[in-house]
Ligand binder design. Structure first.
Ligand code: HT7
Ligand code: ZN
Length: 886
């Protein structure tokens, strides 16, 4: 398949002004009548009309009411010799019930849904399926009234009524022009939670959350999250809801999390449904951010959209930034905000950093792609959000808000580029570093790879100065051998030996800053000298993770312990603990001569005990500090990766923490396990998280000592729990320790929740992700795939078993006998025939194969080559495996 290149962008030869769609919905054969008004784009290079289409049956093409001659070329419908403006009528049919790709129009549990981003609309009708073609839509839905009583599309309902033969219709008009990827329809038996709100601007709106009848009791949190989102966007950025009616609809068959169709957001049930019996604190928190994310797209995506798909981060990076800020602003205190920041950075470093160092590395604004669905990545989303965050750091919060206001004023109703966004933020802040450095700053959009920032400190006692020297480098990535220096904002503080913050005065500058100062790096090597420093300080560098870089600083253990105990910046406090743990892990991995020696030293254990005992720290923060760096994160720090060695060392560290801190775990459990009436707020979720962690370590310690008390208590907790978080944490503790009580608890869990699909996903996922003991997980995974509840066609279920094993359980997946890789290659091929997007995501599990030690490396390569050799492989999966092998 051919690559699409950013530099080849040309404006469309035709504009579509209006689209009038009539659907006769039938699962086996849906008829689509598409009437459009088109006109030639005078600013284009010209040419015939080329409409995209995919898996459509074409019945009729009329130009101004007359049969027209057309040809088919590479799946496109091509019409020559057209007048300057005309009406085009196209009649097609498609088969939603056979649509297992879940792109275009599909059926899930007897309900019709659509998914059009990025290129799904062409599976509904022939169209200029590109985001810079924006049109006004009128949609009429016709269907059997008993089977499909609810008929929804974008915008406002303007007409509805009965039709002969038990059918009915609904007509919707969207008051806003939009690209085809934001089109949506839903038809089925659904019920809605409804809420009317009046916003600050004094406008009334109807908010609706549509679900299946039995799920209405799980919609309160999604509705509250939606209300909070509406209020927040108006308060923080002055962006009001622009529709009378805003709908969310949940489906259990969905390739991604959710979709921001104008006024009719479609969601994976996972990000809508929650009550305390079925959803964990993490589910509640994810629902809040995904509901927020999709709602915020109403401006950053829908009102102002992307000119082409290379600009995807224009809407995704900005909207992730906005949803992160939303969740942060909802936090009651600074500690909860820091916890949220640490969680976001953990995602970036464990998922995006490896992507940026692997075969799929691409800039935030990619230069080419074969299949755009493969570029809905952590780089576009999470790194894109970090780029926006750096802009905010450089212009300040108020300056950033002014920039956002200018961006929407300048570009409302347009399809624009990442350059347009950066320019608007800079233009609203003309005296800022961002404005001064804009062309260089934009390298964050054009250069892939994670910059490495090496820092060295030098203290001059005579001159009472402290000099920090920085050197930045960025390794080559596919197609980009050389990188130019980035603009890197480094938030910095200096602490004295007892952990107190020092005043910061740069040499030659008059101002003295107490607390954090932002240094702006622009050169490959650069240094900053601070004056009036009485003793060698401990630098707290990159506070709050102010740039997406890898920071190397040769901290002594004592310095890290000082930061861990005292840094006023909670991010760097946590980071110091991670650095200490990582250091021990890397040493032990390297030291194969003493495989059974204790990994963690007394100083670290004592520091962790102090964290657990510290009454001024929140439980959520303690839980993060006590969580060891993941196996994936550890692997990224090594040139050659032996996954089994990493797994063994990390398990040894966990066992050590379990026994050495036994008394502290008991105390942590006692102090935190009773959180009273359930609310999913950060404070009580943090306490449940720490109590859950304590149970896991207590069961792990019991495994070593043979104690039966804690496993027994854990089982009792599992049985008595008043909410899913406590119940699932107890079950996980039993499963993670490999205790014999795990099996009956799992059976009981399944029996209780057999009718709750999202809970059964957890049941599958917990087992497929459980720690491997002698290679027992792969046979279990194979057995789970034979379970009557398993289905490869349902993406959530496939992810809960196959992804939990292949992508989230490295210790079980990377087997010396290569059986994990064989399993992976079979599943990728099987899934590819059903749903290429899901298959291509699974194909990414072996992205980092070339770093593996033997025998894993050769076996992994062989497995990838086997997938690549499969005839009829989708272009989605081909792109991933071919890049892996390149
Ligand atoms: N903008 C949405 C992207 C999306 C998507 C893309 C490809 C295939 C299926 C999809 N479903 C949703 C999601 C978002 O970022 O809000
Ligand atoms: Zn998004």
């Amino acid at each position: 398949p051919l690559a699409i290149r950013r530099e080849d962008y040309v404006a469309p030869a035709w504009w579509i002004d209006t689209v009038d769609l009539t659907f006769d919905l039938d699962p086996a054969k849906t008829r689509v009548l598409n009437r459009m008004r088109l006109r030639r784009n005078p600013d284009s290079v010209g040419g015939p009309l080329r409409l995209d289409g995919d898996e459509l049956n074409l019945a009729r093409v009329l130009v101004d009411g007359q049969g027209a001659s057309f040809r088919m070329e590479a799946g496109q419908l091509v019409i020559d010799n057209l007048p300057e403006s005309f009406e085009l009528e196209i009649f097609t049919t498609c088969c939603p019930v056979k649509n297992t790709k879940l792109m275009g129009l599909f059926v899930s549990e007897n309900t019709f849904f659509t998914q059009c981003e990025a290129e799904g609309f062409r599976r509904i009708t022939y169209f200029l399926d590109r985001p810079d073609v924006m049109a006004s839509y009128t949609v009429t839905l016709r269907a059997d009234k008993t089977a499909y009583p609810v008929l929804l599309s974008n915008g406002n309902l303007v007409d509805s009524g009965d039709l002969p033969e038990g059918r009915h219709f609904a007509k919707w008009v969207d008051p806003f022009r939009k690209p085809s990827y934001l089109f949506a329809l839903v038809a089925g038996k659904l019920v809605a939670r409804e809420q009317r709100i009046t916003t600050r601007a004094g406008r009334d709106h109807l908010l609706q959350v549509y679900v299946r009848a039995g799920d209405l009791d799980k919609t309160e949190h999604a509705m509250n999250s939606l209300i909070n989102s509406v209020l927040w966007d108006e308060a923080r950025f002055g962006l009001p809801l622009d529709l009378d009616r805003f709908m969310i609809v949940a489906t259990s068959d969905f390739n991604m999390g959710a979709m921001e169709n104008k006024g009719l957001n479609i969601f994976n049930t996972k990000y809508v449904l929650a009550n305390q019996a079925t959803a964990t604190d993490a589910d509640y928190s994810n629902i809040e951010s995904v509901v927020g994310h999709e709602y915020f797209h109403n401006w950053s995506g829908d009102r102002v959209t992307c000119r082409d798909w290379f600009q995807l981060s224009l809407k995704e990076g900005l909207t992730v930034f906005r949803d992160q800020e939303f969740s942060m602003d909802l936090c009651a205190d600074a500690s909860a905000r820091a916890v949220k920041r640490i969680e976001d950075v953990r995602v970036l470093r464990t998922a995006q950093f490896p992507e940026d160092a692997g075969p799929m590395a691409h800039p935030v604004r990619p230069d080419s792609y074969i299949e755009i669905s493969n570029f809905y990545t952590v780089t576009i989303y999470e790194k894109g959000a970090e780029v926006v965050r750096m802009m905010q750091t450089l212009v300040g919060r108020k300056g950033f808000e002014a920039g956002i206001t200018l961006y929407f004023k300048r570009h409302d109703g347009q399809a624009v580029t990442c350059d347009d966004f950066a320019q608007a933020i800079a233009d609203a802040n003309l005296d800022s570093d961002l404005s001064r450095l804009l062309p260089q700053f934009k390298r964050w959009y054009s250069q892939a790879g994670t910059p490495r920032l090496a820092a060295h400190g030098h203290y001059d006692a005579d001159a009472r100065t402290y000099t920090l020297r920085f050197e930045q480098t960025c390794a080559p990535t596919p197609g980009q051998p050389l990188k130019l220096p980035f603009v890197i904002p480094v938030n910095l503080g200096l602490l004295d030996a007892s952990g107190r913050e020092l005043p910061l005065q740069l040499d030659g500058a008059a101002d003295v800053v107490r607390g954090t100062r932002t240094l702006v790096l622009t050169e490959s090597a650069q240094q900053f000298t601070f004056v009036g420093v009485d003793a060698e300080p401990v630098p707290s560098i990159l506070r709050g993770f102010s740039a997406p870089v890898i920071l190397d600083f040769d901290y002594s253990d004592a310095q890290l312990l000082t930061l861990l105990a005292n840094d006023p910046d909670p991010f760097n406090r946590w980071e110091a603990g991670q650095r200490l743990a990582l250091r021990s892990a890397l040493k032990a991995i390297d030291d194969s001569a003493a495989p059974d020696a204790p990994v963690l030293d007394t100083a670290y254990i004592d520091a962790m005990a102090a964290v657990l005992r510290n009454p001024t720290l929140d439980a959520a923060f303690k839980e993060l500090v006590l969580t060891l760096p993941s196996e994936t994160y550890i692997a990224e720090q090594l040139p050659v990766v032996d996954p089994q060695r990493i797994h063994a060392v990390r398990e040894a560290m966990r066992a050590q923490l379990a026994t050495a801190l036994f008394a502290q775990w008991e105390a942590a459990y006692d102090e935190n396990h009773d959180t009273g009436a359930y609310t999913p707020d950060p404070r009580s979720s943090g306490r449940r998280a720490l109590a859950g962690m304590a149970l896991t370590f207590l069961c792990l310690a019991a495994r070593a000592s043979g104690d039966t008390v804690w496993p027994g208590k854990t089982l009792q907790r599992f049985k008595d729990a008043g909410n899913m978080t406590d119940r699932f944490n107890a079950l996980s503790a039993l499963v993670a320790s490999g205790h014999s009580l795990a099996a009956p608890a799992l059976a009981r869990f399944h029996a209780i929740f057999k009718d709750e699909a999202l809970v059964i996903d957890k049941w599958f996922s917990l087992q497929a992700g459980s720690p491997d003991r002698g290679g027992d997980v792969l046979p279990l995974v194979k057995q789970l795939m034979k379970h009557p509840d398993f289905s490869l066609k349902n993406p959530n279920r496939a992810r809960s078993v196959i992804f939990s094993y292949c992508s989230a359980n490295p210790g079980a997946f990377h087997r010396p006998d290569a059986a994990g890789y064989v399993f992976w290659s079979e599943r990728v091929c099987e899934l590819d025939a059903i749903n290429p997007q899901v298959a291509a995501r699974l194909a990414r599990s072996l992205d980092r194969w070339s770093k593996l030690a033997e025998p894993y490396r050769s076996a992994a390569r062989e497995a990838i080559a086997r997938v690549a050799a499969k005839p009829d492989l989708s272009k989605d999966t081909q792109e991933v495996v071919n890049r892996a092998l390149a």
